[in-house]
Write a protein that binds this ligand. Structure first.
Ligand SMILES: Cc1ncc(COP(=O)(O)O)c(C=O)c1O
Length: 376
């Protein structure tokens, strides 16, 4: 198998553990182990204390799958496969796609969502949002990308990197568009639960149609990326069986401690989500001020959901160079457009971390010295 480098992950590999100001992370402020343990009592704590560090059930711990099912209205524990989130993408694409298939994907996108398909020999078509309309994903544009040969539609809402989302009626229309055409819907819902207004939270695509596979996990909304626990849900038992058979060649089963910690995270989810929403609310206001103050340099659409946004840098400067220079000179990490395979002057900013103010101060210093001051 030949697969192209994952540009975003390679960029993070270079800077994430050396740059002091992570201003592009898409996960919420990670919880410390003792913070998580302090939220848990009784039976759950007992599971942790008596845990045996052997192999685990390949599909995922039954209690964990029960907790996961509880995040939805109509998903059953037996419709869940637990895996690392990234692994879920890899397994699903490998089992549902074949060489020559046509795949339509939301774009820009987290690269593996389309790269695995590409590596399998699929032809890609892109559903791109309209920047001028506030990163609007127009269903008319989607309709133009779907052909008689489309095998799969890959969507990701809330969207990384623009922060766009869909209305319930748009979600229903997407399902209608795919329903009678034998199109599989792969729905990346990693940022579900980070809607700013709870009433705008969409049901999972996997609840609404048996032609869908949905992806979610502990990494983003639940602030536990280091567990490497995610899941796919589908109503289709044949697909799930195929995924499990394939998983014997990836990880076989999940990490035993991570599964119990994920159960804890989900049982403490109200508290974890409330904290993350507080951080995001405060940080979004600060970002708004920052972009207003620097409006000569940036244009931005306030995101509709999630922990990331995709502002535009003034055309007189190159966003790739800008991001590189900023991290080298001030240790502030943004994501340049090149990691999204994008020939546009946008960069990704993340705002679900606690040290946003310090990172913005450093960012402002860079602007004042290097842009306004003309550099040293
Ligand atoms: C949209 C999207 N899907 C999937 C993933 C993969 O999640 P993980 O890194 O926890 O495997 C990410 C991570 O950034 C993401 O942004």
């Amino acid at each position: 198998m030949h697969i192209s480098p994952f540009k975003l992950e390679r960029y993070f590999a270079r800077y994430e553990f050396s740059a002091p100001y992570l201003l592009s992370s898409s996960d919420c402020e990670p919880l410390a182990l003792n913070e998580l343990l302090s939220m848990i009592h009784g039976e759950t704590m007992k599971m942790w204390n008596v845990l045996k560090l052997g192999y685990t059930e390949s599909q995922g711990h039954p209690e964990l799958r029960k907790e996961i099912a509880g995040l939805y209205h109509s998903v059953q524990p037996e419709q869940v496969m637990v895996s690392a989130p990234e692994e879920g993408i890899f397994i699903a694409m490998n089992n549902l796609l074949e060489k020559g298939d046509e795949v339509v994907t939301t774009f820009p996108a987290y690269q593996s969502l389309y790269e695995v398909a590409h590596s399998l020999g699929c032809r890609l078509r892109y559903w791109q949002p309209q920047y001028e309309n506030g990163w609007y994903f127009d269903l008319k544009d989607l309709a133009e990308q779907i052909t008689t040969k489309t095998r799969m539609l890959i969507v990701n809402f809330p969207h990384n990197p623009t922060g766009a989302t869909l209305s319930k009626s748009q979600q229903e229309q997407i399902i209608d568009m795919t329903k009678n055409k034998d199109i599989i819907l792969f729905s990346d819902e990693m940022y579900r639960f980070l809607e700013y207004d709870e009433s705008s939270r969409l049901p999972s695509m996997s609840e609404l149609t048996d032609r869908a596979v949905s992806l979610s996990g502990m990494s983003k909304s639940f602030a536990l990326a280091g567990l490497r626990i995610g899941w796919v849900t589908t109503q289709n038992p044949q697909w799930l069986e195929k995924f499990l058979t394939f998983k014997d060649y990836t990880t076989i089963c999940n990490s035993a401690p991570s599964e119990i910690l994920a159960i804890m995270g989900l049982r403490a989810r109200d508290k974890i989500l409330a904290t993350n929403h507080d951080i995001i609310r405060t940080n979004l206001n600060q970002l708004e001020d920052f972009f207003t103050h620097n409006s000569f340099l940036f244009e931005w659409h306030r995101p509709a959901a999630g922990p990331v946004a995709f502002p535009k840098l003034h055309e007189s400067l190159d966003a790739n160079h800008f991001c590189h220079d900023l991290v080298e000179k001030k240790g502030v990490l943004l994501l340049p457009p090149e990691v999204y395979d994008l020939n546009a002057n946008h960069f990704r900013i993340g705002f679900a971390r606690k040290n946003l103010s310090e990172a913005l101060e450093k960012f402002q210093e860079y602007i004042d010295q290097e842009i306004k001051g003309g550099g040293s």
